[in-house]
Design a binder for this molecule. Structure first.
Ligand code: PLP
Length: 437
């Protein structure tokens, strides 16, 4: 597969052209020389008809989509564009479990979409399983102007049954929008588990989270049978929120990833998942409890091994290993094909040398049933004051509390702060929140 963006940048560097254009570093520096702007021949992201379009066509073949576009601002940008496309095609209400990323909350406020949070089979602060029967009943009741939005895989590596959810959505002629920020690689598993392959209408991937792509690189994919409105407007929708100075470092790395996915990536990924399977088995045989089923993520419930997540993280850090996330209960480790057998052996040897202790009792955190006082939009666009959470009872919560998953926000913007919510927030170490003035 060709790499038109990378080739263009390489030729430009070779030409030693005097750079009288942005950026100000003028290509001086090892990394800076690759960092060009939308000069003649470099195409224009979101008005593409040259090398960017050619590279995106490669991506469309790789993911079997009708249209895929690049993001140089992660899934945060693609989520806004995906919801905007839904709006353009008549969607006014989104049905979603509550474990959404904050980009979703900001997007619905900006676009003016209504959200109906769907109750889940078991509400835990870190995961949002989706009960298909409940979804079926919600859609049977009213599916006019509705889209379903799910986040899968979640931060801990739990995966929803996208095939079943998409079947339900398609039966009701409702688009299924998927935040697949953590799952760009799922397409390349021996059994393709990418949301688009399983029937999603649109999905976003943070390519940078799991592929060999620079931070910020991402995709917005439209399914083969996508609505013509989405295909015609996808670049417009991205352009509405994106910077007009996209990073060619990121575009180049997205372009090069295409060639890798077309050649050795599938084999390398298989070897990586085999190594992670062996690690999982070893940890389980030493008494660790793992959660989630995403193949490249290993999330440990440290409490049943007698520790809190921070303690295990500390032991790993002292041995030169940095994990993605830790909290009172969990640590999350993210692997890719770039992690060697030696990396995995070291992790395994450090973790298995920690002696197990009696389980730590962590009381389950159940989310309070929220009462809405105003829309997400009104709450986010209001004037706010930052107050001590202890004094917040009865006030209207404004800002998304927890910056990103894994945790489901205790409250969403516009909901009333209850006594239970305060207790839970204090348990989570949150001392101050923004409430509507
Ligand atoms: C589930 C989920 N969705 C969306 C995002 C935003 O992705 P990005 O950082 O690529 O903008 C994140 C980031 O952590 C995430 O975890």
């Amino acid at each position: 597969m060709n790499t038109p963006i990378s080739d263009f940048v390489d030729k430009y560097i070779e030409s030693s052209t005097i750079r009288l254009h942005m950026p100000g570093h003028k290509g001086v520096g090892d990394m800076e020389r690759y960092d060009i702007t939308e000069i003649a021949g470099a195409d224009v992201l979101y008005h593409s008809d040259g090398i960017i379009r050619e590279s995106e066509r490669n991506l469309e073949k790789l993911y079997s989509t009708s249209r895929s576009v690049y993001s140089t601002e992660g899934s945060t940008l693609s989520i806004k564009a995906m919801l905007t496309l839904a709006y353009m095609s008549g969607v006014r209400r989104i049905i979603a479990p509550r474990n959404v990323h904050k980009a979703f909350v900001y997007a619905v406020a900006q676009i003016g979409l209504e959200v109906e949070w769907i109750s889940t089979t078991s509400l835990d602060i870190c995961s949002s399983p989706l009960d298909i029967e409940r979804l079926e009943s919600v859609l049977s009741n009213d599916s006019d102007g509705v889209a379903v939005y799910v986040t899968t895989p979640d931060y801990l590596g739990n995966m929803l049954d996208v095939k079943a959810i998409s079947k339900c959505c398609r039966a009701h002629r409702v688009p299924l929008l998927v935040d697949n920020a953590h799952g760009a690689y799922l397409r390349y598993l021996p059994k393709d588990m990418h949301p688009i392959s399983l029937g999603a209408s649109m999905c976003v991937d943070s390519a940078h989270k799991t592929l060999s792509v620079l931070t910020g690189g991402g995709y917005l994919h439209l399914a083969k049978d996508a609505n013509a409105i989405w295909i015609d407007n996808v670049e417009r929708a991205m352009a509405m929120y994106a910077s007009t100075s996209p990073s060619y470092l990121i575009l180049r790395s997205l372009d090069r990833q295409n060639a890798y996915m077309d050649s050795d990536y599938r084999r390398d990924l298989l070897e990586a998942t085999d190594r992670v399977v062996a690690l999982r088995e070893n940890l389980i045989s030493h008494g660790y409890t793992l959660v989630g089923d995403e193949p490249l993520k290993v999330s440990i419930d440290c409490s049943s091994y007698g520790y809190n997540g921070g303690e295990i993280e500390g032991v790993l850090r002292a041995e030169g290993i940095e994990v993605e996330y830790s909290d009172e209960r969990y640590i999350v480790m993210m692997y890719s094909e770039r992690n060697t057998l030696e990396d995995i052996r070291k992790v395994s040897s450090v973790l298995t040398s920690i002696p197990p202790k009696p389980p730590v009792e962590i009381p389950p955190m159940t989310l309070p049933t929220p009462t809405r006082a105003m829309s997400i939009r009104d709450a986010l666009y209001s004037q706010v004051e930052k107050i001590d959470v202890k004094r917040a009872e009865g006030r209207v919560y404004s800002d998304t509390l927890i910056s990103c998953p894994p945790a489901i926000p205790v409250l969403m913007s516009g909901e009333i702060v209850s006594r239970e919510a305060i207790d839970l927030m204090q348990n989570l170490g949150i001392s101050h929140i923004n409430v509507v003035k």
